[in-house]
Each structure stands twice: as C-alpha cells, then as structure tokens.
Design a protein. Structure first.
Length: 94
C-alpha cells in the first residue's frame, strides 16, 4: 500500500472518477490539488472545509505537474489524459 500522507497529489479532472480519487487521497492525508474547468459540489464542500484540498477551475496546462509526487489523469478527454501522463512521465512522477 502506498503511503500518501502529506504527499502532494495532482488530480486532473473533477468528474466522478476525479472526484472519487481526489477525496480518497485527501482522506488518506495527502495535499491534493484538483485542476478542472468544472468542479463538483462534493469537491467544493470538501475544499471549503480543508486547507489540504485546492481547486483550480481551469483546463490542464503543461507545467501543472510541478512538484506533485503523484499525478492522476481523470478527464473524459483522451488527449488531455495523454498530455498529463506524458508530463508526469517526463518528470519521473507516478
């Protein structure tokens, strides 16, 4: 099992899969950033209640991986998911 407590996690996408992953990592103690043009009400509520859940309401941009330890591509756009994966791989991120 991967210990993500205090890890920096980037989740790209806030649909059902992105929401589920972001909330799970947050509940496990990670510092989570979600990048997505639209954010679900559940993520909005969780972010309002926690300083460890950050929401960026915009499309993914090259460079968003930044210092993230773990990166999750969870959009419904294969092109965006591929770009996220390529950026993460280039930086040696999971």
């Amino acid at each position: 099992m991967l210990d993500v407590a205090q890890a920096m996690v980037l989740v790209v996408g806030a649909g059902p899969v992105g929401e589920r992953r972001a909330l799970a990592f947050h509940e496990a103690g990670a510092d989570v950033t979600v990048v997505a043009p639209r954010i679900s009400p559940a993520l909005e509520a969780a972010a309002a209640a926690s300083a460890r859940l950050h929401l960026d309401r915009r499309p993914y941009r090259e460079g968003d991986v930044g210092a993230a330890t773990l990166v999750v591509a969870a959009t419904d756009d294969p092109t965006v998911n591929a770009a996220v994966a390529a950026d993460a791989r280039a930086l040696g991120r999971l």
